[in-house]
Design a binder for this molecule. Sequence first.
Ligand SMILES: Nc1nc2c(ncn2[C@@H]2O[C@H](COP(=O)(O)OP(=O)(O)O)[C@@H](O)[C@H]2O)c(=O)[nH]1
Ligand SMILES: [Mg+2]
Length: 261
Amino acid sequence: MGGGGSQEQTVLQTPWRTVHWGKKKDELEWLESFRPQRDDVKHLRVLLCGPAASGKSSFINSVDSICQKRITGPADANNSQGTDPELAKTAGQSYTLKYKTHPIQKGTSGQYYPFVFNDVMGMESNEGILPADIKLAMEGHVKDDYKFDPKTPLDKSNAGYIKNPTSNDKAHILVFVLAVDINHVTDPQSQMFKKMTDIRLAARDLDIPQIAILTKIDEKSCDLVKKDLKNVYSSTNIKNAIYKYLYEWNLTTNYNGTTLI
Ligand SMILES: Nc1nc2c(ncn2[C@@H]2O[C@H](COP(=O)(O)OP(=O)(O)O)[C@@H](O)[C@H]2O)c(=O)[nH]1
Ligand SMILES: [Mg+2]
């Protein structure tokens, strides 16, 4: 994602993607009518993964807040902003340690959308969640509340292991959550890149579609986007970050604001 962290202020006259802002109501209505197509699938399981502190838990909180039309915080995002000295010592490490399923409630109706999000421990170059554990989560073998061990993958004999996962335990979509300023994700020599590649290949073999979303564009991209988020698709900084990522990961884009394999 080279260029993502620079403060270059280039904005294109013609946006490279056209977005009709203000369609939130239509989009929420579409979501309201969404149903999984298979009868044996009660809910789609969306598994989030990515480097520690890339914004996985915050993303779940944002989706939950939008769907509930109020500020909520079901996922344990690290919102200390570095003020807590104990937490500061763990900078760059994952704040989320357990496997957690987050159902999304429809407003205050007590009903739920037919999709859930799974939050996991973040990846780190030398520590963090093991790609083998993400693969087990994709296959549906990981029980809720299992605490990941960065040294050893979940073993079949562990109480946190689901021996015979159903279609509802398995992940149906894998989402890579990537902060716009993290360059080592696209460096083929880095440990992070190698781990991501392992996970991508495992998802491919399991026929799980993969999507990537860029976070922190409000803070870490360029002043024009910081000033007005609606400049996002006019920013060459963001465009360059996405193209670097597409190129290094050999992806295609559907231009829906995300990259899609
Ligand atoms: N400015 C900004 N900060 C974010 C964004 N997403 C997450 N953060 C912050 O980044 C830090 C780590 O976020 P968290 O959700 O805990 O990351 P996780 O480890 O991937 O779950 C927290 O301080 C969040 O408030 C974003 O899109 N923009
Ligand atoms: Mg987290």
